[in-house]
Design a protein around this ligand. Structure first.
Ligand SMILES: [Zn+2]
Length: 238
């Protein structure tokens, strides 16, 4: 009897191991699984380092943002929309000429992008890659999905386009909230080493919040670094 149970136990153990192996192999090779697509929402650092990112530009407001960043000698990252780049080419050029990083934020930023097929998402990303490359002269490896969308179709698309997906851990809500002090308070409360702050270079309000934020970071002894340094990843293909 004893040896019978030992044998059954052995088989159960073996079956368990087999199932675990199969799941692991499936996860590694099946393109439908989310096993390897990672979203970077913060950097691993214990030092007081933080990154500031701007979405949805370039717009005429971007120039004012660049002025503030220059005044405080800070380098940021701009996730640009293809149609906006085509409309404001000079402003787009000014961003990287001043030493800031450029990321891809889709070609159209369509409100329904969360419902797009994988093929359409790939085309949104690649079309903007080409627009960026035309002016910047190289391909950006940084991509931030519009509205922070993550779904299996985006995951599949990103596996094809091979970008680093960049999120945030400090959302300012600067496009939703009107009170500048409240926006600043909201950001300040969530400041932490390795953090990624999300702002939008689309309103004069954000320009004023940015200046106050940079002063606050200075008094807190924080250093603002570009995303590639914070996350220890490559921003561009070459
Ligand atoms: Zn956006």
């Amino acid at each position: 009897m004893d040896s019978f149970f030992r044998e059954v136990n052995g088989w159960i153990y073996f079956l368990g191991l087999l199932i675990w192996l199969m799941i692991t192999i499936w996860g590694s090779f099946d393109i439908r699984s989310n096993y390897f697509v990672k979203t970077y929402c913060k950097g691993k650092t214990v030092g007081k380092t933080i990154a500031i990112t701007f979405d949805d530009g370039p717009t005429p407001i971007t120039k004012e943002v660049l002025n503030v960043l220059r005044k405080y000698n800070v380098k940021a990252t701009f996730f640009c929309i293809g149609t906006q780049i085509e409309e404001h080419q000079d402003i787009f050029n000014a961003i990287f000429e001043e030493g800031h990083l450029i990321g891809n934020h889709s070609y159209s930023h369509d409100k329904k992008i969360g419902f797009f097929s994988t093929k359409k998402v790939v085309s949104e990303i690649q079309k903007n890659d080409l627009v960026i490359e035309k002016y910047l002269g190289k391909k950006t490896l940084l991509f931030r999905p519009p509205f922070g969308v993550t779904n299996p179709r985006f995951e599949r698309a990103i596996k094809q386009t091979k970008h680093f997906v960049i999120g945030w851990n400090n959302r300012s809500l600067d496009t939703i909230m009107d009170d500048e002090n409240k926006i600043l308070k909201r950001i300040s409360k969530k400041i932490m080493p390795g953090g990624i702050i999300l702002l939008h270079d689309t309103s004069a309000k954000t320009v004023r919040v940015l200046e106050q934020l940079l002063l606050f970071l200075k008094t807190e002894n924080y250093t603002v670094t570009p995303l590639d340094e914070l996350l220890k990843i490559k921003a561009y293909e070459n």
